[in-house]
Structure formats: C-alpha cells, structure tokens
Design a protein around this ligand. Structure first.
Ligand code: FAD
Length: 405
C-alpha cells in the first residue's frame, strides 16, 4: 500500500513541500489542508504591488489551480485541522472528518500579534497577513485617509511607502526609537527614516499605542503619553505569533515555534514542521531561530519533504530576506544578532550601499540597499566563514570578489 502524506497549512511552505514531493518521484497520496479559501499564494506582494493595486489576485498564486489537479494533490481548502492524534497517526478536520497519515508536515505559519488595547475592534482597524486583510484595508481606504500604521517594521514601512505614493496622509507610530530596530543597525534605520520622511511619511518614535478612539469607526490612535493621531484607517504590524497550538496539544515541544532539528523533524519521526511556525537550530547549533521569510519557507519545506521521503538532507541555506520600499530593494543575508562592528560600503546618499556586520573577524550578516552584488558576495562570505577584517572591508579598494574563495 502506498503512503499518504498530509500537509497542514496552505502557504508558501506547504506549496513547496507538495512540489518537492512530486518532483522527487513520490507517487503516493498527498492531502494539503489549508484554512484560507485560496490555493497557496505569495504574501510578499500583499504589502507591495497588491496593495498598490498593481497586481491582480490570480497573480498571487504560487501555482495555478491546475497544478494540484495535474499532480494529484488533494486540496482541502477553507478547512482547518483541529486535532492531531500522533498515536493513531490521524488528524481531524473542523468538519469532523479524520485523515490518517504515514507522514505529516506542519506548515501552519503564523498570525499577526494582536494589540490588546481598548478600541482595537473598531471598524477601520486592521492587521495585514492575508489577501482578505488587504481587501478589507482597500475597502477602508476607499473612504480616504488619514492612515496610521502601528509599528515601523517591514509591514508598516512597506505599507507606508505604498500608501503615501497613493496620496494618503500617512503616519507611522513606533514604540522604539528607530525603524526596523529588531533587524537592522542604526545606520540602516537612519537611512530609511530619512527616505520615508522625504516621501512625506510622518514617523513618530517612542509612541506606545494605548487605544483607538472612535464611535463605531476609528477616529484616532491614542498613545500612552497622551498624544493622539487622527485616522480613518489604522493598520497594525507588530509581528507575528507562530501557529503551534495543534503541535503543542499533541505533546510536541514548542518554544517560539515548533521545535525541529536541522532536518525539519520534530521529536516525532513522522512529524515535520517548516516555515514561519518552525523553530530550528542555527547553522552552528549555538542557538535556536525562527525565521519568517519566503526563502526559509521554501528551503525548509524542501528539507521536510526529503525527510518525509526517508531521504534526509540537512538545512544549509544562509538565512535571507528582502523588502521593497519605494525604489529601494533591501536584501538581508545572515543574522546580525550579536555583531561587534558594522562597516558601510558604498554611499547611502546615492541610495546604494551595504552594511556589513562582523563578529570574530567574520562577516555574519549584510543589509544591502540597491546593491545585489554586495548581497551575493556577502552571502558567500557568510557561508564560507571567510576571515575578513573590518579594515579590509572598509577599504574601498578591496575587491570582495577576491575574498570569496
Ligand atoms: P504562511 O504563509 O503563514 O501559511 C500558513 C497557512 O496555513 C496559512 O494560510 C494559515 O491560515 C494556514 N493554517 C494555519 N493553521 C492551520 C490549520 N490548523 N489548518 C489548516 N490551515 C492552517 N518574506 C520575504 O522573504 N520577503 C518579503 O518581502 C516578505 N513580505 C511579506 C509581506 C507580508 C504582508 C507578509 C504577511 C509576509 C511577508 N513575508 C516576506 C513573509 C513570508 O510571506 C512568510 O515568511 C511566508 O509566507 C511563510 O510561509 P509559511 O508557509 O510558513 O506560512
């Protein structure tokens, strides 16, 4: 009897896993259960071209619907997996049906972290994670601005860039003292602060949102220090929480994500996890990381698919990510946490530069702005752990190509 693999979740990781399973020659049954009503789609355009109205909804799909039919992949869309019984090797759906599996992949992603303050339920207050969220935001924007974005992370800043270019009055409220504080160094934050201000976005730091005022519909965002910012639409982008509940209830260890090894395997050899919901050891096994990016979802889903097939391959990809704001493509490789020094190559004034992060005489991460070459070279330097000094990097005459062995 041939095997049945069940994929829980209908996002980027799920789409990649089913593709890799078929590409690898797996001829058994595959069922993908996703609780959104759509076949797996790309989220990055949601805060970019789709929000700008420059991309049709069908173009968001990772694969056309016909792909799943042709590859005999059963899609259970608009359905939730409610329960995992590992002893019986069975998941139960929200309509009561049970699916038995020979291997299971949890690709449940994450959901927006909620802001628990008064007035958050008012009409006009939104989160941005799904296509339905963006469609609701578009409806809200039809009545005009002003718009307040809560959080100056990627989602808040990408949304700000699109909406200010669409002519809205845009304010970004950020609790810390700079944009993208969680992921980039002050020099990169300062650059983005300046770009957004020039474009007309109002950025306010040290702003802790304490509530939303309004009567049925939001009228203003209120801060703990008494400041109030008028708006007709507010979008909250303060991070995500991984969807771990099914795994947790089934007794699988979770800590900021479902714990997996470098093979995307949980403690249960038949259960794998990949994408935003998974927490894995970093390249050196020094600490655990949960990565929220398309490249991670793709790579880890491939790893998980090979694991399901009993042909384990380890996770080897250097983490990377991108963000588009205005004409700026930010490409990040590596993890800068714990860096000792930052070296900037290129000139921020020319809107093309790269910040290299060093620790122990090695490049551990780069933030490259409009500089794909720096991004690619740094990614190689990170992967090869090539020794390089700050002075060498700082010297504009240094040819990085020659450093990469
Ligand atoms: P998800 O895409 O979250 O998919 C998980 C799916 O599973 C969801 O549909 C969820 O509803 C469903 N699900 C959860 N639980 C169940 C259940 N019990 N039963 C059935 N279904 C379930 N990354 C980049 O690298 N670059 C970018 O520029 C970028 N921009 C982004 C912009 C936005 C607006 C957002 C929201 C994300 C962006 N990301 C970006 C992040 C990237 O999209 C995610 O890292 C990636 O989508 C993760 O894929 P995933 O499959 O792990 O999770």
């Amino acid at each position: 009897m041939s095997a049945h693999f069940v994929i829980v979740g209908g996002g980027q990781a799920a789409a990649q896993a089913v593709q890799t399973l078929r590409q690898s020659g797996f001829a058994g049954a595959i069922t993908l259960v996703g609780d959104e009503p759509h076949a797996p789609y790309q989220r990055p355009p949601l805060s970019k071209k789709y929000l700008a109205g420059e991309l049709a909804r069908e173009r968001l799909l990772i694969r056309p619907a016909s792909f799943y039919t042709e590859k005999s992949i059963r899609l259970e869309l608009g359905r939730r997996v409610e329960h995992l019984d590992r002893a019986a090797r069975r998941v139960t759906l929200d309509d009561g049906r049970a699916l038995e599996y020979d291997g299971l992949l949890l690709a449940t992603g994450g959901r927006p972290r909620r802001l628990r303050v008064p007035g958050v339920e008012l009409a006009g207050v939104h989160y941005l994670r799904t296509v339905a969220d963006v469609d609701a935001i578009q409806g809200s924007l039809a009545g005009g601005g002003p718009v307040v974005l809560v959080g100056a992370g990627y989602i808040g800043l990408e949304t700000a860039a699109v909406l200010v270019q669409r002519g809205f009055d845009v304010t970004v409220l950020e609790a810390t003292d700079r944009p993208m504080a969680r992921v980039v160094s002050p020099v990169v934050s300062a650059f983005y602060d300046e770009c957004h201000r020039r474009a007309g976005v109002k950025l306010v730091y040290g702003a802790t949102v304490s509530g939303f005022a309004g009567d049925g519909r939001v009228r203003a965002v209120e801060c703990a220090d008494g400041r109030s910012f008028p708006c007709r639409t507010a979008v909250i982008g303060i991070g995500i929480e991984p969807n771990v509940e099914i795994a947790q209830a089934a007794g699988l260890p979770c800590a900021d994500g479902i714990l997996v090894d470098r093979y995307a395997r949980t403690e249960d050899p038949l259960v794998f996890a990949a994408g935003d919901c998974a927490n894995q050891p970093d390249a050196h096994g020094e600490r655990r990381v949960r990565l929220e990016s398309v490249p991670n979802a793709i790579h880890q889903a491939k790893v998980a698919a090979h694991g399901l097939l009993g042909e384990p391959v380890p996770y080897t990809e250097v983490p990377w990510f991108w963000s588009d704001q205005y004409d700026l493509k930010l490409q990040i490789a590596g993890l800068s946490t714990g860096y000792e020094e930052v070296v900037v190559r290129g000139d921020p004034a020319e809107r093309r530069f790269a910040a290299y992060y060093l620790r122990n005489g090695r490049v551990i991460a780069v933030d490259a702005v409009n500089s794909p070459r720096d991004f690619l070279l740094a990614k190689k330097l990170i992967a090869s752990e090539t020794p390089v000094s700050a002075a060498t990097l700082r010297d504009p005459a240094t040819d990085l190509d020659r450093l990469v062995t």
